[in-house]
Design a protein around this ligand. Structure first.
Ligand code: PEP
Ligand code: MG
Length: 578
C-alpha cells in the first residue's frame, strides 16, 4: 500500500530512490558520578572529543566542492569557531569538575543553558541558530559515546548513491557530504525553511522536505520513495501509475532545466525584436554569483537592509563602503542598483524597541532614514563613494510625496559638496531613482519621473497598499492578486509616465519573476524586469516566444475589464492560470 506524508518543501525538485534511515540522533545520554581521583581523566576525555570534532569538521570543509557557494564554507567555519568558544569548551569542563559529572552530561547541561537563551529570542532567524549548537553538541556527544576516532558523519553508512535520506535532522556538514555521496534527496523530522540545512539544500539543488514529524516510524529502509520538493510531499511505496507519473515529471523537469541553461548567453528579445532587460535581486553579496551564473544584465535591487539586521550595532560608512565595493567588483562592469535602507514593517533592527501599531504604514524605509539622518547620511556617502568603482544607481524605497524626493535630492547634493571638500573619490553623476510602492506614488508617477533618473515598481508593497492586505498575514493571502485591474492600471500608469519623461522604468517586486505574469507585463509595456536568479531563465524563455504587438491590446483590455467571463478568456490568451 502506498502512503503519502506532507511536510515543508524547502528545496525544489523531484527525486525517486530507496529510503535510507538514519537513526543516529536517538541516543540517550546517561548521567553518572565521577570520583575525585578520575576527574582529570574525564576532562581529558572531553578535550580529546573536542579535538576529534575539530579534525572531522576540517575534513568536511576540505571536501566542499570548489565552486560551492561561499556561505556553505561559512556555516562549517561557524561550527569550527564554536568548538573554540569557551561556552562549549571551558564551561563544560567547569561543570565536570564542580559537579563531578561525566563529560556527556556536562556538555548536555551546557547545551540546554545555551538553547534556552536562543529560544527566548523573537527573531525567527536567530532562533534557528540554536540548531548550530545542537549540531556541534551532537557531534561531540557521538564521539564521546562511541569513543571512536572514526567519522561520525553520514559516510559511515556505506554507499548511499541515489538514496533518499531520512533523519531527525542534518547538520550543514552532513548536507555537504550528502552531495559527495550522491544522495538524491533528504527528509528531516525537524527544521524549517530558514534553517541552514534548508538554505544549503537549495544552493546545492538537492530536493528536500523538512518538518515531517515522526516520518522514520512509517518508512522502512530500502522502501521506494518519491520526493516532491515543490509541494513538500513524500510518497512511499508508490504503485506503478504514480511512479510512471513522477518519472515522467522528473524527466520533463530535467529536460526543461537543461534547455533553460542554453539560454544563459542569449539576449532576451521578443519575436518582434523588442529587447528586454533582465536583472537580478540580491540581499547579500554572496547572491551575486547566482545572478552572474544565469547571465543577468545586472542587479536591479540590492536590499541593503540585510547588512543592518541580526546585529547589535549599525555598520559604519567604511564598512558599508567596503561591502558595496566588493559587490561592484563581483559584478565585473555590470550595473548595480543599490537600494537605500528599507527597515521597518517586517524588517527591523535588533534593538528596535519602538512600539508601532501599524508598522507597514509607519516610520519605515525612507521615512525612517529622513527621520534619522545619522542612519541615512553615512549610507548615502558610502553608496556615492562606492559608485566611483563601477556603474551604480541609487534607489530610494517607499517615497510617497514630492517633499521626500526633494529632501533626498538635497541631501545627495550636500553630500556631493562634502565629498568634494574632503577630496574623496565618488561618482558625482550617480543616477538617483525611486521605488513606486505606494499607490499615491503610482498616481503621481509623472511628478516622480520629473525629479528622478529612473523608477522601479515594487509590486510586493504596491499590491499590499492598493488592496489593503498585509503581505505577511496568511489569513488575507487569498486576496493577494497581482492581476487586479486596480493594480494593473497603477503599473501601466508608471510605465507610461517613465516613457513620457524618457527615463527607465523597471519592476523588482515578486511579480516580475512570476512567469504567470510575464506576458501581461510585456503587454503593459514593461521592458525591464528584476527578480531572483532562480526565475530569470524561465522568464527569458517566455519573453523569447512573445510578440508584444499581439500582447499589448490584450493586456490593455484585461487591465480595464471586471467581467468575469471576458477576464477568463483574456487570462487564457495571456497564459495566466486560475
Ligand atoms: C517590493 O515592495 O516590491 C520590493 C521589491 O521591496 P521589498 O519586498 O523589499 O519590500
Ligand atoms: Mg517594498
Amino acid at each position: 500500500m502506498s502512503l503519502q506524508i506532507i511536510g515543508i518543501g524547502v528545496s525544489r525538485g523531484i527525486a525517486i530512490g530507496k529510503a535510507h534511515i538514519l537513526m543516529r540522533g536517538d541516543f540517550e545520554v546517561a548521567e553518572y558520578h565521577i570520583e575525585e581521583e578520575t576527574l582529570a581523566e574525564e576532562v581529558s576525555r572531553f578535550r580529546n572529543a573536542l579535538e576529534i570534532a575539530r579534525i572531522q569538521l576540517r575534513e568536511v570543509r576540505n571536501r566542499i566542492p570548489s565552486g560551492t557557494k561561499a556561505d556553505i564554507v561559512e556555516f562549517i567555519n561557524a561550527h569550527l569557531l564554536m568548538l573554540e568558544d569557551s561556552t562549549l569548551t571551558v564551561a563544560p569542563e567547569h561543570l565536570i569538575i564542580s559537579k563531578q559529572i561525566n563529560a556527556e552530561w556536562a556538555i548536555k547541561q551546557q547545551r540546554n543553558a545555551l538553547v534556552e537563551v536562543f529560544e527566548a529570542m523573537d527573531d525567527a532567524y536567530l532562533r534557528t541558530r540554536k540548531d548550530d549548537i545542537d549540531h556541534v553538541v551532537n557531534r561531540i556527544l557521538r564521539i564521546l559515546t562511541t569513543e571512536t576516532q572514526s567519522s561520525v558523519d553520514i559516510e559511515d553508512h556505506g554507499n548511499l548513491n541515489g538514496h533518499i535520506l531520512l533523519a531527525d535532522e542534518l547538520s550543514p556538514a552532513d548536507t555537504v557530504l550528502m552531495q559527495h555521496q550522491g544522495i538524491a534527496a533528504f527528509i528531516t523530522e525537524y527544521g524549517g525553511p530558514l534553517s541552514h540545512t534548508a538554505i544549503i539544500a537549495r544552493s546545492l539543488r538537492i530536493p528536500a522536505i523538512v518538518g515531517m514529524h515522526n516520518v522514520r516510524r512509517y518508512i522502512r529502509d530500502d522502501e521506494t520513495l518519491i520526493i516532491d520538493g515543490y509541494r513538500g510531499v513524500l510518497i512511499a511505496n508508490p504503485d506503478q501509475t504514480i511512479l510512471d507519473y513522477y518519472l515522467a515529471r522528473q524527466q520533463a523537469e530535467l529536460q526543461r532545466l537543461a534547455k533553460l541553461q542554453t539560454l544563459k548567453r542569449e539576449p532576451a528579445t521578443t519575436r518582434d525584436n523588442v529587447p528586454v532587460h533582465l536583472s537580478g535581486n540580491i540581499e547579500l553579496p554572496s547572491d551575486v554569483e547566482a545572478i552572474i551564473e544565469v547571465g543577468a544584465d545586472g542587479v536591479g535591487l540590492y536590499r541593503t537592509e540585510f547588512m543592518f539586521m541580526n546585529r547589535s550595532d549599525i555598520p559604519s560608512e567604511e564598512e558599508q563602503l567596503e561591502r558595496y565595493t566588493d559587490v561592484i567588483r563581483m559584478m565585473n562592469g555590470l550595473p548595480l542598483t543599490i537600494r537605500t535602507l528599507d527597515l521597518g514593517a517586517d524588517k527591523t533592527l535588533d534593538n528596535n524597541e519602538r512600539p508601532c501599531t501599524n508598522p507597514a504604514l509607519g516610520l519605515r524605509a525612507v521615512r525612517l532614514c529622513l527621520h534619522d539622518l545619522s542612519l541615512f547620511r553615512p549610507q548615502l556617502r558610502a553608496i556615492m563613494r562606492a559608485a566611483a568603482e563601477g556603474p551604480v544607481r541609487m534607489m530610494i524605497p517607499m517615497l510617497s510625496n514630492q517633499q521626500e524626493i526633494l529632501q533626498v535630492l538635497n541631501l545627495v547634493r550636500e553630500i556631493r559638496n562634502e565629498l568634494v571638500a574632503r577630496g574623496l573619490p565618488f561618482d558625482p553623476t550617480i543616477p538617483v531613482g525611486g521605488m513606486i510602492e505606494v499607490p499615491a506614488a503610482a498616481l503621481a508617477a509623472d511628478m516622480f519621473a520629473k525629479h528622478l533618473s529612473f523608477l522601479s515598481i515594487g509590486t510586493n508593497d504596491l499590491i499590499q497598499y492598493t488592496l489593503a492586505i498585509d503581505r505577511v498575514d496568511d489569513e488575507v493571502n487569498y486576496l493577494y492578486d497581482p492581476s487586479h485591474p486596480a493594480v494593473l492600471q497603477l503599473i501601466h500608469r508608471v510605465i507610461q509616465a517613465g516613457n513620457q519623461a524618457n527615463i527607465p522604468v523597471s519592476m523588482c517586486g515578486e511579480m516580475a519573476g512570476d512567469t504567470a505574469y510575464t506576458r501581461l507585463l510585456l503587454g503593459l509595456g514593461l521592458r525591464d524586469f528584476s527578480m531572483q536568479a532562480a526565475s530569470l531563465l524561465e522568464v527569458k524563455s517566455i519573453i523569447k516566444n512573445c510578440d508584444t504587438r499581439e500582447l499589448q491590446p490584450i493586456a490593455e483590455k484585461f487591465m480595464h475589464t471586471h467581467d468575469l467571463i471576458e477576464r477568463k478568456v483574456l487570462m487564457k490568451q495571456l497564459g495566466i492560470k486560475g
